[in-house]
Design a protein around this ligand. Structure first.
Ligand code: PEP
Ligand code: MG
Length: 556
């Protein structure tokens, strides 16, 4: 029996055949001309049959999506199926073949021409550029005998194995078909990990050698142990798939056993995630990641369109609090209408609030849209900016939000400088929410996407806990709420440590709410403080976990 090891980021045990995420389709070489005659005729025939195959595949997927009630996905797939058979695109490609281009190169250039035309038209048409590129890549893959790009499509559930997953890839992931996620890169706070927890899929990241697993190999994925067992025995298989028993929603408002209130909120990506947050009994939304509404956009969404997206979330939480984060564009979540290509270090680049310097209109429009959607919604809408480094930035954002009619404005503490100057930062705004995912990567100087550095990004790192403590203490001094909305809040034991450090709310993927609520309800506030002191003074994350566990075991 062979076993690969990585870092378990979402618990659960499941078994299934591997389906590998194909590598992206690259631009075909320009060299090599077809000779006249039969060569070119054969290339045209191949192009016709490839376009029929791609069109038929996309139509079949559209039909499946329609039957599953996923109308939005069905419409996109139907439109792309039509594009694969589009006479103008194919006519241009055939003309290029006639001039001697290889079919894959001809399709690439013809698609590029269509994409440029659509871009120049702007608006809705420009947003179709991605669809043209998707069809182009599918045609090139079919013409060159490679697997279709994107999340694999299979009839039976499978274990998705990838180098890493980008947010754009995961948008098309069908959770009824993907049994588990295994990636070679990524850390505990990478977007693969966040997605897996949101969907309740077992996941192991930073698995060296994962992409060497052949398609169809059976594996047992254990998201708690961080292992991937290759060709598991019948006995091992029989241990998989057992669903964790327990509650699926919060049983009471968040509080320690002696009644110290800690609000328990849900993190929401695009508005379709709001139902899960309501079903889990969240007390509100502690982090609405608005950039997830617009990831596929070439141009900034209009104010009206934003109002519609935000209203959906506010309506579901009428009477409760919703903390909206302004666009966190950049790094692994590029939005072409605000972020620049080709930065040498995108995570240290023009990201989050920093994009407002070059694109002030985008932030202005977003604040207008949030204020408009909030008015009359019944929800208590707070707004916060991502990637704030200084008190000056905090003040400028807060003033702008207040002027836009949003009375409660705060910042995310994701950069060590904000934690180190938390008294000043908090004095300049109304509240803070600690993004432990980024705060870990910037504190440890360890890219959160890199599997090799996953251990440094462990949310139990004492250095991270110290910065959280400093921020929470500054919150107490200035009388401002300080929550945590990074993945650290979703770990029931660590959540108790965070409460001990003084954070006033915890926001997490909806699925984690019941376990975190239950863990908190078992411990008094003094006990949480005792645990936090042990964790923060530990030498390493491993020692921190062990010390907390041993205190709980020794003195019940
Ligand atoms: C964080 O950095 O902890 C956070 C919540 O933001 P994101 O994961 O979206 O970067
Ligand atoms: Mg962040």
């Amino acid at each position: 029996m062979k076993e690969l090891r990585g870092i378990g980021v979402a618990s659960g045990r499941t078994v299934g055949p591997v389906a590998a995420m194909p590598p992206p389709v690259g631009e075909p070489a320009e060299d090599g001309e077809l000779s006249e005659g039969s060569d070119r005729e054969a290339a045209v025939v191949l192009l016709d049959s490839s376009s029929s195959t791609v069109g038929a595949e996309l139509s079949a997927r559209a039909q499946t999506a329609r039957q599953a009630g996923r109308d939005d996905a069905a419409e996109v797939l139907e439109a792309t199926a039509m594009m694969a058979l589009d006479a103008t695109l194919l006519g241009d490609a055939k003309a290029r073949i006639g001039q001697g281009s290889r079919p894959e190169r001809a399709v690439w250039d013809a698609a590029q021409h269509v994409a440029e035309q659509l871009s120049s038209l702007g608006g809705y048409m420009a947003e179709r550029v991605r669809d043209v590129q998707d069809v182009r890549d599918r045609l090139v893959a079919a013409l060159t005998g490679r697997p279709a790009p994107g999340i694999p499509v299979r009839d039976q559930p499978y274990v998705l194995v990838a180098r890493d997953l980008a947010p754009a890839d995961t948008a098309t992931l069908d959770p009824s078909k993907v049994a588990a996620l295994v990636t070679e890169q990524g850390g505990p706070t990478s977007h693969t990990a966040i997605l897996a927890r949101a969907l309740g899929l077992p996941a192991v990241v930073a698995v060296a050698g994962a992409t060497d697993l052949a398609d169809g190999t059976w594996v047992l994925v254990d998201g708690a142990q961080g292992t991937v067992v290759i060709d598991p025995t019948a006995e091992q298989r029989s241990t998989a798939g057992a669903k964790v028993q327990g509650q699926t929603s919060l049983q009471a408002v968040g509080a320690t056993s002696d009644g110290h209130r800690v609000r328990l909120y849900a993190n929401v990506g695009d508005p379709s995630g709001v139902e899960a947050a309501v079903a889990a009994g969240a007390e509100g939304v502690g982090l609405f990641r608005t950039e997830f509404c617009f990831l596929d956009r070439a141009e900034a969404p209009s104010v009206d369109e934003q109002v519609m997206a935000y209203e959906r979330v506010f309506a579901a939480f009428s009477g409760r609090r919703v903390v909206v984060r302004t666009l966190d564009a950049g790094a692994d979540k590029p939005l072409p209408f605000v972020t620049a290509d080709g930065e040498p270090n995108p995570a240290l680049g023009v990201r989050g609030l920093r994009t407002a310097t070059g694109s002030p209109q985008v932030l202005g429009d977003q604040l207008t849209a949030i204020a408009r959607a909030a008015a009359g919604s019944g929800a208590e809408v707070w707004v916060m900016a991502p990637m704030v480094a200084t008190a000056e930035e905090a003040r400028a954002f807060t003033d702008q939000a207040h002027e836009a009619g949003l009375p409660t404005a705060g910042v995310m503490v994701e950069i060590p400088s904000a934690a180190l100057t938390a008294d000043l930062v908090l004095a300049a705004c109304d509240f803070a929410s600690i993004g432990t995912n980024d705060l870990a990567q910037y504190t440890m100087a360890a890219d959160r996407q890199l599997g090799a550095l996953a251990a440094l990004n462990d949310p139990w790192q004492p250095a991270l806990l110290q910065l959280i403590a400093m921020t929470a203490e500054a919150g107490a001094r200035t009388g401002r709420p300080v929550g945590v909305c990074g993945e650290a809040a979703a770990d029931p034991l660590l959540a108790c440590v965070l409460v001990g450090l003084g954070v006033t709310s915890l926001s997490m993927t909806p699925r984690a709410l019941p376990a975190v609520g239950a863990a908190l309800a078992e411990l008094s506030q003094a006990r949480c403080v005792q645990l936090s002191k042990a964790a923060v003074s530990s030498e390493s994350p491993i020692v921190a976990r062990e010390s907390v566990a041993s205190i709980l075991n020794e003195t019940p």
